[in-house]
Design a protein around this ligand. Structure first.
Ligand SMILES: C[S@@+](CC[C@H](N)C(=O)[O-])C[C@H]1O[C@@H](n2cnc3c(N)ncnc32)[C@H](O)[C@@H]1O
Length: 322
């Protein structure tokens, strides 16, 4: 458990010893089980190594699979170090589990696979070996210091694939974005495709495969944990709303701090996550409990996604602060 001195406005989710005991008692630990039913795993956090349980999971049970694996970088996940290797060794690692995860996807399901510039070619290869690739989303990842002898890394990829390109769920209306209109064009004196409000001019737009409206969780955000590679809830919300029907099942085999399960719950979907680290699983369970009382997702309000900082500015203006 984390015992750090934190600033007063720091909202990072942490665990007391009592919470650790409470939330760890909710986790599923599977040992020596050869066959699991859907009810055994749905809306559960499975605290196991993926390789111990992958063969026992029910096939196929997921409408949507979101995979945020260790990237090809040396990274410490709370005592377990994933070591960077050659591209071909990393590809072998992906091939050791990816086809088994794909087998858990329903025939009409979708799968998203996350990575950075360095591992993205291996991700593309393993996606094309196992699925029909429909797109690569690139999102702007604004965090971290600049590099002195290289370009600072400011983007990541998410590969999008399906089993059947003629029959898969996709709800583009659910992931529209509200953008500020820079040059408000009028026709016959009326706004063309935009709306004038007391807080400025806005247009609802269809999302492209470049996302520049995402903030990485940081210390003053209520979703923040100490996980080293936590994904933003807003990012995962787009994937779930577009690619999982209401009441469908979202599966994440590398759950980390629980973002996929938490967002699925907030959006009325079912979830299942696997994570080998017990403390991360407990953060996930605590976030799931918080989600029961507060299902809000920062940057997603009123059924639309807002550009970075525009929503807060609007709310502040309404309160008469600016
Ligand atoms: C990139 S992180 C996922 C972060 C997550 N998306 C979040 O928002 O917090 C990858 C996670 O996979 C876990 N992991 C790595 N290898 C694993 C394995 N073989 N089985 C289960 N979990 C594993 C690590 O502990 C780490 O938390």
């Amino acid at each position: 458990m984390t015992e750090k001195v934190r600033a007063a406005r720091n909202r990072t989710i942490t665990l007391t010893d009592a919470e650790y005991r409470f939330f760890s008692s909710r986790l599923i630990h599977l040992k020596g089980i050869s066959r699991l039913e859907i009810d055994d795993v749905v809306n559960k956090t499975i605290n196991n190594d993926l390789f111990e349980v992958i063969d026992a999971l029910p096939q196929p049970f997921a409408d949507l699979i979101i995979i945020d694996p260790p990237y090809n970088l040396t990274k410490d996940f709370n005592g377990f170090t994933f070591n960077s290797s050659s591209n071909s060794e990393y590809l072998d690692y992906l091939r050791s589990w990816f086809p088994k995860v794909v087998a858990l996807l329903k025939p009409t399901g979708s799968l998203y696979l996350c990575g950075d510039w360095k591992c993205t070619s291996a991700l593309q290869e393993v996606m094309e070996e196992n699925l029909i690739v429909l797109n690569r989303i690139t999102w702007q990842r604004e965090k971290g210091r600049g590099a002195l002898r290289n370009w600072k890394n400011g983007m990541e990829d998410i590969w999008f694939g399906v089993k059947n390109p003629k029959d898969y769920y996709f709800d583009v209306e659910a992931v529209k974005m509200k953008r500020k209109v820079i040059a408000p064009y009028k026709e016959n004196g009326q706004p063309k495709d935009w709306e004038a409000t007391e807080n400025g001019n806005f247009r609802l737009t269809y999302p492209s495969n470049f996302w520049d409206d995402i903030s990485i969780p940081y210390w003053s955000m209520p979703e923040n944990t100490d996980h080293p590679t936590q994904k933003p809830e807003k990012l995962i919300a787009k994937l779930i709303l577009a690619s999982c029907p209401a009441n469908g099942i979202v599966f994440d085999p590398f759950l980390g701090s629980g973002t996929t399960s938490v967002v699925a719950k907030k959006l009325g979907r079912n979830y299942c996550g696997i994570e080998m680290n017990t403390e991360y699983c407990c953060w996930a369970e605590k976030r799931l409990q918080i989600a029961e009382a507060d299902p809000s997702i920062q940057g997603y309000t009123g059924g639309v996604f807002w550009e970075r900082n525009t929503l807060n500015a609007q709310q502040t203006r309404k309160k008469g602060k600016i």
